[in-house]
Design a protein around this ligand. Structure first.
Ligand code: FES
Ligand code: FES
Length: 153
């Protein structure tokens, strides 16, 4: 089926079978590989993108259901919150192997966009669906707190 997707501010016409996960359209058709495939069953968060600013798992979102929404991937992040998160990630050297990190950042931006001053419990709750096999959780938490402070300044 023909789909018209608005991704990172641009309209893309793509062909996809009904039921194709958005993740495959992003990676295979549109060649944006910052969004990762981890588990395929909404259990790891590696594939997190935003639909109208809200984090969703691209492996469990049908591409046809994303028509009409603004889809944002890690390559298209462009906001004050996103900048603060990315700066905090660099400042605290969060990344280890990096595989999970675009998903972590997409979730962190989603969190701070809806709740700019989260408590530790709120951070842990919100980020709970993003797994990191390198166990960078403490640095992720600290970076979200730092980004929150940066946004206050
Ligand atoms: S690949 Fe989508 S949540 Fe793991
Ligand atoms: S940094 Fe390696 S999986 Fe998270």
């Amino acid at each position: 089926m023909a789909l018209s997707l608005n991704l990172n501010g641009q309209t893309h016409e793509v062909e996809a079978d009904p039921g194709t996960p958005l993740l495959w359209v992003i990676r295979d058709e549109l060649k944006l590989t910052g969004t990762k495939y981890g588990c395929g069953v909404a259990a790891c968060g590696a594939c997190t993108v935003h639909l109208d600013g809200v984090p969703v798992r691209a492996c469990q979102t049908y591409a046809e259901d994303a028509e009409g929404a603004e889809i944002t991937t890690i390559e298209g992040l462009n906001s004050k919150v996103a900048q603060a998160v990315q700066d905090a990630w660099v400042a605290l050297d969060v990344v280890q192997c990096g595989y999970c990190q675009s998903g972590q950042i997409m979730s962190a931006v989603g969190l701070l966009s809806e709740n700019p001053k989260p408590t530790v419990e709120e951070i842990d709750d919100y980020m709970n669906g993003n797994a990191c096999r390198c166990a960078t959780y403490q640095r992720i938490r600290a970076a979200i707190q730092r980004a929150s402070l940066m946004l206050e300044a």
